[in-house]
Design a protein around this ligand. Structure first.
Ligand code: AHR
Length: 324
């Protein structure tokens, strides 16, 4: 008579467990398995292709490492992120990762996390708090450097002369603030001027709507350059520019940040002139930091990704290997 496999497995398991019980505590066999980490991740939103790649990186790496990931997506609203963090605290997670929507308003909930002895790791976007010890560390890109790299490229390729329309990211967010300020600082003392700035909220349709409004306000010849705080808005702006009968990349210089495969491909076909990378594939580096923090090891307060610059000189060679 056949024994059903469903019965066989528990019997074997119990047998093995009983055999194990007979061993003395110091008998050396396999090392004790590391405790599974439970991490709460308060993601900022799902606004574009960059964010989708960022979320996918966290989810895939959690699976690879056996991390129990509690994921919450805030739809670009800080109040949703704060609720998510409170819920992670109530669930006694081992650590909380936040990709903050905006820079301010974080003290109260971070104090709650500290009182509950749950470390907070900032990913992607930084915050402004009086007490920096409210979070363990920051891991992400250097937005100030990105804005400066774009500006340096523009200065070099325009001879330091031109009128710029700026597509801003989400108001109050670290990338919008840093990319605006560092770019504006870097063009000081040149004949480059930002003549108008409007927010497209880091979204493709936002970039298109803002560019359409700019094209009603300014005619061809009134401006020379579009500086977009991210690729999705740049791609939206390109659609608006083409619909207005102009040639992006030729009639108007287009410069942007993120390094989406689609944007690097747009450089190859001449519609974007320069893109500075902002790498969203952060799961591995952020979890490395989380694991160290939870284990009580020292981590740098600020860790920045190395980000590249793409233009007509290297885009063709780079496009095939872009992972997002
Ligand atoms: O915080 C990173 C920025 O946020 C990326 O540049 C952008 O695409 C995203 O929305």
């Amino acid at each position: 008579m056949k024994i059903k496999p469903t019965v066989q497995f528990p019997i074997l398991l119990v047998g093995l467990m009983l055999a194990g019980c007979g061993k003395s505590p110091d008998a050396t066999s396999a090392p004790a398995a590391a405790k599974q980490l439970t991490i709460g991740f308060a993601q900022e939103g799902a606004e574009n292709a960059w964010r989708a790649a960022n979320t996918a990186s966290f989810k895939a790496e959690a699976e690879k490492r056996g991390i129990n990931l509690k994921f919450s997506e805030a739809q670009g609203k800080e109040e949703n992120q704060i609720s998510a963090v409170k819920s992670f605290i109530a669930q006694h997670v081992d650590a909380i990762v936040i990709a903050p929507v905006v820079e301010t308003g974080w003290e109260p909930v971070l104090k709650e996390a500290r009182d509950a002895k749950i470390p907070v790791i900032l990913s992607d976007r930084s915050i402004k708090v009086d007490d920096d010890t409210l979070y363990a560390c920051f891991v992400g890109s250097d937005f100030k450097k990105e804005g400066q790299m774009v500006a340096d490229w523009v200065v070099k390729h325009t001879g330091g002369k031109g009128r710029i329309l700026e597509l801003l990211g989400t108001p109050g967010s670290a990338p919008a603030n840093d990319r605006h300020n560092s770019f504006a600082d870097a063009i000081k003392g040149t004949n480059l001027t930002i003549i108008d700035s409007q927010s497209g909220d880091f979204k493709r349709d936002g970039g298109k709507v803002v560019m359409e409004a700019f094209l009603k306000k300014y005619k061809k010849g009134d401006f020379d350059i579009v500086y977009s705080h991210n690729d999705d808005m740049a791609i939206g702006a390109i659609q608006a520019i083409e619909e207005a009968g102009l040639k992006p990349g030729t009639d108007i210089m287009i410069v942007s940040i993120d390094g989406l495969k689609e944007a690097v491909q747009a450089i190859v076909v001449g519609k974007i002139n320069c893109v500075v990378e902002c790498n969203p594939l952060a799961g591995p580096v952020v979890y490395d930091a989380v694991e160290k923090v939870v284990a009580g090891q020292k981590v740098p307060r600020l860790s920045y990704n190395p980000d590249e610059l793409f233009d007509a000189t290297n885009a063709k060679a780079a496009v095939a290997s872009r992972q997002y």
